[in-house]
Design a protein around this ligand. Structure first.
Ligand SMILES: NC(=O)C1=CN([C@@H]2O[C@H](COP(=O)(O)OP(=O)(O)OC[C@H]3O[C@@H](n4cnc5c(N)ncnc54)[C@H](O)[C@@H]3O)[C@@H](O)[C@H]2O)C=CC1
Ligand SMILES: O=c1[nH]c(=O)c2[nH+]cn([C@@H]3O[C@H](COP(=O)(O)O)[C@@H](O)[C@H]3O)c2[nH]1
Ligand SMILES: [K+]
Length: 512
């Protein structure tokens, strides 16, 4: 009896210590990640024991619940392959012709971690001058030489700067200077075996050849040195065909049906209907079409931020929802159109509703640090989509450029004028919409190195966050959230300041 009274008293204390999500998110405020802070839970396990397995859609789960956004400065084949190699997934953008997008899906599926699948190749009649030009534009001057100057044709030799450094006549043809006696590996050779041979060979490049001697890939010593310094990757995301999972975005126009056909033929595993406002008859019709014609394909609809929007799309058969409107780092939608929602509120409300249908929610946009990922997942998201967080990594399309002494890459909104003018030229033939209104900006972000380093470290930080919360998995996060066990609070501006770095004259901020 005394024990019960003590327990009740303790519960009384606890009830007034912090707020539960149900209460917090029903007060008419639009909260975002930085507004909130979670109360720590009880730790009874190691950070490494946290299982962050999530989902992007009904039938597609991910060991690492991170997703790269279908933006033309973020996800093409290379990023999609890297995200899947890390246990996540990438969605290839559709600001291109349907054949180009399908080719990126094929390319992503061909990429083998550790190998270059589409190395620069020259023909035997190319000259040293061509190599000099390559050095200027791409920074390297060692290439494979094949019979017709393409991958897939017979390998004749390899040229490196050592073969060309002291040749005064730069019009000399490569066939006169190349090394023909080349150490190669067969295409069925495993990554580990090839790495061993590359190390033993002491060469810079190890060509991979078919049984007929055709060049099919390449392993590069410099890449291997870098890769050996990356953290362990864990299991990749694989589809039923044993190949990596690749997603793609499509629109809701008539032409997108043809695009989808090509994507499916290319082996795409899941598609996103890409729109800033997914609650439209256009999207309902497209959902209907995809479900009817490709029942085995998961379709993610969106974007949505409210329960009524989510309800309509789920009832029309959406296998997943993409959530976020105006929260993206390059988004001006809230400013231009006066619609949207704070991302924490949007994720909580939509995910709670969608969970009653077992439909996963992807929290899309506004992720600037690992804490934001923890918050998105603890508020019910099954995975997290990122643009700017991944922009500036080696795996995005485009080359780096230097500005004011900084190494940068381009990053732009898909609703920016720049992206739209490219898109309407290539995405929809003859779409000459009269007055284009931008809902995004174009800019640049700093070099972030490889996602092969960025993601494993970020995920480790997320695991530490879950450990502090005392939560061991996403499933448990949802249980705690919906049973009013997860406690949080709104941070005042001063509390936010206190939670950041303050009162230092100088500092260096590094996550890893
Ligand atoms: N998540 C976000 O907050 C935002 C994202 N974006 C991104 O920018 C890009 C462009 O977004 P939106 O402009 O929303 O693209 P959208 O393709 O959904 O819409 C463009 C225009 O086409 C219309 N439309 C769509 N399907 C149609 C059809 N079948 N028939 C006739 N008209 C149709 C729409 O109503 C809209 O006026 C997307 O990649 C999107 O993800 C843009 C703004 C906000
Ligand atoms: O208002 C917008 N105008 C745009 O031009 C635009 N382009 C992308 N997106 C959305 O932003 C997400 C990426 O956001 P982050 O850079 O914050 O990760 C993406 O995943 C999209 O949801 C846009 N939103
Ligand atoms: K924004």
């Amino acid at each position: 009896m005394a024990l019960n009274m003590e327990q009740n008293a303790a519960d009384g204390w606890a009830a007034t210590d912090g707020v539960i999500a149900r209460k917090l998110f029903s007060q008419g405020y639009s909260f975002t990640y930085d507004d909130l802070i979670f109360h720590p839970g009880h730790i009874s396990f190691a950070a490494d024991d946290v299982d962050l397995r999530g989902r992007v859609s009904r039938r597609i789960s991910l060991r690492v619940p991170l997703v790269s956004s279908p933006m033309d400065t973020v996800t093409e084949g290379t990023m999609a392959a890297a995200m899947a190699a890390l246990g996540g997934i990438g969605f290839i953008h559709y600001n291109n012709r349907p054949e180009e997008q399908a080719a990126q899906v094929v390319r992503a599926k061909r990429i083998r971690p550790g190998f270059v699948v589409d190395p620069v190749v020259f023909g035997p009649r190319a000259t040293i001058k061509d190599l000099d030009r390559l050095k200027e534009t791409r920074g390297f001057s060692s290439v494979c030489v094949t019979e017709d100057g393409r991958v897939g044709s017979k390998l004749l030799g390899v040229v490196t700067s050592r073969d060309t450094d002291f040749v005064p006549d730069r019009s000399t043809e490569l066939s006169d200077v190349m090394t023909s006696d080349v150490i190669t590996v067969p295409s069925k050779c495993s990554r580990e075996e090839a790495e061993k041979i590359l190390i033993q060979s002491k060469k810079g490049r190890l060509p991979v050849v078919s049984s007929n001697g055709e060049l099919v890939g390449l392993m590069v010593r410099a890449d291997l040195k870098k890769a050996l310094a990356y953290p362990a990757r864990g299991e990749p995301s694989l589809g039923p065909d044993g190949k990596i999972l690749v997603g793609a975005a499509i629109g809701t126009r008539e032409d997108d049906k043809e695009r989808l056909k090509l994507l499916v033929a290319a082996g795409v595993n899941v598609v996103i209907l890409d729109s800033s406002q997914g609650d439209s008859t256009f999207q309902l019709n497209m959902l209907n079409y995809v479900k009817k014609n490709y029942p085995a394909l998961d379709v993610i609809a969106g974007n949505v931020v409210t329960v009524p929007q989510a309800r309509r799309l789920i009832e029309a058969g959406a296998d997943g929802l993409r959530v976020g409107m105006g929260s993206g780092s390059i988004c001006t939608t809230q400013e231009v159109c006066a619609v949207g929602r704070g991302q924490a509120t949007a994720v909580y409300q939509t995910a709670k509703f969608a969970s009653t249908y077992d439909v996963p929610v992807i929290a899309d946009g506004g992720i600037a640090n690992s804490g934001h990922i923890v918050k998105a997942l603890a508020l019910g998201a099954s995975s997290v989509m990122m643009g700017s967080f991944l922009a500036g990594t080696e795996e995005t399309p485009d080359e780096y450029f230097m500005k004011n002494g900084m190494k940068l890459k381009r990053y732009r909104g898909m609703g920016s004028l720049e992206a739209m003018s490219k898109g309407s030229d290539t995405r929809y033939f003859g779409d000459k919409s009269v007055l284009k209104i931008a809902q995004g900006v174009s800019g640049a972000v700093a070099d972030k190195g490889s996602v092969m380093r960025l993601i494993p470290y970020t995920m480790q930080a997320v695991r530490h966050g879950f450990q502090d919360l005392g939560i061991k998995s996403l499933k448990e996060a949802a249980q705690r959230l919906y049973s009013d066990e997860t406690k949080m609070e709104v941070r005042t501006p001063a509390a936010q300041k206190e939670g950041g770095i303050h009162d230092l004259v100088s500092y260096e901020k590094r996550l890893f």
